[in-house]
Design a protein around this ligand. Structure first.
Ligand code: GLP
Length: 237
């Protein structure tokens, strides 16, 4: 795992955005694994900015999102598909059919689809305050592939900030499993703010602890770049 400490979440976005756009230029058929939540927002903004400025095309790029709530239509503003359309897809020339989101219908084939597309070249990840990645909650089996999960109270509470009330937060989601994520060829994890300090600290301990899903990244065979801001770093020192 490589740790990068940058001044702000904006700087992290610019840095990762730049790196990803360079990779898309080198390989127009790249397969991107995408995350939602607030952490990757500046990265998506930077990808759009650099790609438009440099006329980078996404017509041959394939995307696989990490997770999606069960029971939200794509027109629902809280669905992850809506989030991706609004924050990234609609600005660039992606083909609609190049986007993949896990669902009840496709979850048993999702890992196979990823494999058939050549595997995820770059996976963007956030981290939950309880160490969840995607929606893999504590004690998720490390061999798990894409599957359905019951969200924990902690995650429902964390994510309720995006909904009008906590009762509107879905209680189930479909998520790539830890095994799926560990097959990625390169991972960029973003964690900003002091409420992520403890989670990052635990992840950086260097060993796998099943009660803390993000620590499985210590077992990854690929490069894992962990980007944090000063505020997050302050709480780790
Ligand atoms: C959700 C998503 C995760 C994300 C996490 C952190 O639970 N399913 O993929 O990493 O939230 O979100 P944020 O980046 O807003 O802190």
């Amino acid at each position: 795992m490589e740790l990068y400490v940058l001044r702000s979440k904006e700087e992290i976005g610019l840095e990762i955005g730049r790196r990803i756009v360079e990779r898309v230029k080198q390989n127009p058929y790249i397969v991107l694994g995408l995350a939602t939540g607030s952490s990757p927002l500046f990265t998506y903004e930077a990808i759009v900015k650099y790609s438009l400025a440099e006329y980078v095309s996404y017509k041959n790029v394939t995307t696989f999102n990490l997770d999606e709530y069960v029971g939200l239509e794509e027109t629902n503003k809280q669905s992850y598909r809506y989030f991706m359309n609004e924050n990234l897809f609609k600005y660039l020339d992606f083909k609609k059919e190049s986007h993949h989101f896990p669902s009840i219908e496709n979850m048993s084939n999702y890992d196979e689809e990823i494999k058939n597309s050549g595997g995820i070249d770059i996976q963007i990840l956030g981290i939950g305050s309880n160490g969840h990645i995607a929606f893999n909650e504590p004690f998720t089996n490390i061999d798990e592939k894409t599957h359905i999960v019951e969200l924990t109270e902690n995650t429902i509470k964390d994510n309720s900030r995006f909904f009008k009330s906590i009762s509107e937060v879905p209680t189930k989601a479909i998520t790539m499993g830890l095994n799926t994520i560990l097959q990625s060829k390169e991972i960029f994890l973003i964690a900003t703010g002091k409420n992520k300090s403890m989670a990052v600290k635990k992840m950086l301990e260097g060993k796998y602890d099943p009660s803390f899903p993000a620590s499985c990244l210590n077992l990854a065979k690929c490069k894992v770049h962990v980007y944090i801001d000063d505020e997050c770093y302050e709480g780790i020192k």
